[in-house]
Write a protein that binds this ligand. Structure first.
Ligand code: F6P
Length: 345
């Protein structure tokens, strides 16, 4: 073990997902055991950093958490740079000021921010304010720029696919149309993958604008080909009537356009809970260990990533300012079209 004498902070921010504890463990154990660093965990994302709510973590606290869902540190959607907080006015201590103060008073050498798009945005802004930051990408949405994969996605994909499988058999028995709404914020990664894995007949994602007529025609044509049930997998972020959910919006269109019995299911937070998949445990562990290694090398201002199965880094200024969308012309989409999957376009 090297005795770097460094002190690092760690927090988890944004929506939770499976694998957060594996990442905390990966960072913490590597930092303590390999580099002799001290590790401080902040509670509930950036709220803990603003309120100076932290505890020094011991190696024992990091044992036995690899398989647990959620996050031992807690999380929140606190955004310290939100517009109204930017200018504190005369003598008012702003949230970013409090963060910088707490970081410096504790004598931190680096802060590890584990989160999705919003977190990388904040991490980038804190880095621009002069703090040493390393980011780790997590989210069931898989929409963080610069990494092929975020941890959490694979576990959510398993839950969503399992749900679609179950809905398949009841749809078949009743000759019904099942509309299933999948999370993903403004992107369609989870819907696309779960839709493909679950054999969805129609997959609607924000990146491919759909036509109501095409959706109706597809269901009618399946019926004409003696397939009296259909599985329609829709992303929460598709264009829909704001007074309805995406699933209800599409189900109403189908009911009206076909007259077939239609039911909708919103998978919701079930997709975010539970134990991480083996893939996510491994990815989160690798990300965590690599983040600690970067800190030991004083390589700050970046996010760890995976590109073509190799660990990589990307600057926070890139990762924190863009969203990774599904490419509508991707080979994956074309291959799905070859087997008859409709994207409603
Ligand atoms: O980013 C993860 C996610 O689950 C999105 O898929 C979803 O749109 C959002 O979080 C829900 O946010 P909240 O937890 O604030 O309701």
């Amino acid at each position: 073990m090297q005795m770097s004498g460094m002190k690092i902070g760690i927090l988890t921010a944004g929506g939770d997902c499976p694998g957060l504890n594996a990442a905390i463990r990966g960072v913490g154990k590597t930092a303590m055991l390999e580099y002799g660093m001290r590790v401080f965990g902040f509670s509930y994302g950036f709220s803990g950093l603003i309120d100076n709510d932290y505890q020094e973590l011991t190696e024992n606290q990091l044992s036995g958490i690899l398989t647990h869902g959620g996050t031992i540190l807690g999380t929140s959607r606190e955004k310290p740079f939100k517009k109204e907080e930017k200018n504190g006015g005369n003598g008012v201590f702003t949230k970013p000021d409090r963060i910088k103060d707490n970081y410096r008073n504790l004598g931190l050498d680096c802060l590890v921010c584990i989160g999705g798009n919003g977190t990388m945005k904040t991490a980038n802004l804190l880095s621009q304010e002069g703090l040493n930051i390393v980011g780790i990408p997590k989210t069931i949405d898989n929409d963080v720029w610069g990494t092929d994969m975020t941890f959490g996605f694979d576990s959510a994909l398993q839950s969503a696919t399992d749900a679609i499988d179950r809905l398949h058999s009841t749809a078949n028995s009743h000759r019904r149309i099942m509309v299933i709404e999948v999370m993903g914020h403004n992107t369609g990664w989870l819907t696309l993958y779960a839709g493909l894995a679950g054999g969805g007949d129609i997959i609607l994602i924000p990146e491919i604008p759909y036509s109501e007529e095409k959706v109706i025609d597809c269901i009618k044509s399946r019926y004409a080909h003696k397939k009296p049930y259909s599985i329609v997998v829709v992303a929460e972020g598709i264009r829909h009537d704001p007074k309805k959910t995406a699933a209800t919006h599409i189900a109403d269109i189908i009911k009206e356009g076909t007259g077939f019995e239609t039911r909708e299911t919103i998978l919701g937070y079930v997709q975010r809970g539970g134990t991480p998949s083996p893939y996510d445990r491994i990815l989160a562990t690798r990300f965590g260990a690599y983040a600690a290694q970067l800190i030991s090398e004083h390589n700050f201002g970046s996010m760890v990533a995976i590109q073509g199965n190799e660990l990589a880094t990307i600057s926070l200024s890139e990762a924190g300012t863009q969203t990774k969308l599904v490419d509508p012309d991707a080979l994956l989409i074309n291959h799905a079209r070859f087997i008859g999957t409709s994207f409603g376009d």
